[in-house]
Write a protein that binds this ligand. Sequence first.
Ligand SMILES: NC(=O)C1=CN([C@@H]2O[C@H](COP(=O)(O)OP(=O)(O)OC[C@H]3O[C@@H](n4cnc5c(N)ncnc54)[C@H](O)[C@@H]3O)[C@@H](O)[C@H]2O)[C@@H](O)CC1
Ligand SMILES: Nc1ncnc2c1ncn2[C@@H]1O[C@H](COP(=O)(O)OP(=O)(O)O)[C@@H](O)[C@H]1O
Ligand SMILES: [Mg+2]
Length: 283
Amino acid sequence: MNPIYIDQNEILKRYKPIDAHTHKGIQGHALIIAGSYGKIGAAVLAVKGCLRTGCGLVTAFVPKCGYQIVQIAIPEAMVLTDVEKKHISAIVFDIKPQAIGIGPGIGQEEPTQKALHEFLIANNIPLVVDADALNILSKNRSWLTLLPSKTILTPHPKELERLIGEWDSEEEKFQKTIDFSLHYDVIVVMKGAPTYIIDAETVYRNSTGNAALATAGSGDVLTGIITSLLAQSYEPIDAAILGVYLHGLTADIALPETGHQAFIASDIISNIGKAYLSLENLE
Ligand SMILES: NC(=O)C1=CN([C@@H]2O[C@H](COP(=O)(O)OP(=O)(O)OC[C@H]3O[C@@H](n4cnc5c(N)ncnc54)[C@H](O)[C@@H]3O)[C@@H](O)[C@H]2O)[C@@H](O)CC1
Ligand SMILES: Nc1ncnc2c1ncn2[C@@H]1O[C@H](COP(=O)(O)OP(=O)(O)O)[C@@H](O)[C@H]1O
Ligand SMILES: [Mg+2]
């Protein structure tokens, strides 16, 4: 397998510093489709992660019950709502985002499954698929062929198992994930300690992050970070690699202040700036 180790050198090959003359209109517009009753926090975390990673504009698509929550929690974000109160049932929007992140906290209600199916049939915008959107795809495997080429999937180990089936060894887990990536032409971010990124037969091993990330919502933030980079015109593989690296780096930077236990997903968001700055200082 021989993974490519993602260290500072590999990141600096991929990282694109901000152009002094850029503006929000060309910094990318991301759409985050997330949340359901009781899990609007997942949408808030993904949207904040997306904004902090440098996207020019971010729109949230949430069920109606999320409208005020997102508007108040994140004045910088724009909000579109579903017709349903508590869950997503029809994904309709009149914007043209450069990337879409879908799944955190959406649940698996029948109408949400149908909405995901219809969305996938119509969509050709670069995509990040996480959490319940992955679980819905695991239950409806034929829909996997609807994913645009090089869609980024971000399963944690349980979600990965639902997608590819059980494995008996690490070797088998990697082989099955490689086969899955080849078959559906997707990039798989195998979240864990450490996280691996699989793009067809190429395997990358991330070098940042620690157990402080074992906290609710840290994956939701990662979805926002990767979607943001995708919207900013990074190639999907570079968005996945840089996103995972920055996400882990926030926890390494915060550790001396928070320790492992007190670190929460919002601390990822508040340390994205320092993570970026540490890259700038290396150049
Ligand atoms: N504040 C919020 O609104 C939050 C919403 N969340 C959303 O809640 C929904 C359910 O997500 P969950 O991931 O909790 O539920 P899942 O049922 O998908 O995953 C939980 C199961 O996976 C196992 N698992 C998770 N990480 C693992 C690891 N690293 N190694 C081995 N096993 C592991 C757990 O032991 C458990 O059995 C998702 O849509 C998610 O986005 C969560 O992100 C938590 C925070
Ligand atoms: N012990 C650990 N060491 C390093 N990273 C971890 C550890 N535990 C969790 N993570 C990271 O935290 C994130 C958890 O994602 P996920 O399980 O989807 O969380 P949630 O759904 O609650 O947002 C992943 O990026 C994973 O790699
Ligand atoms: Mg998750």
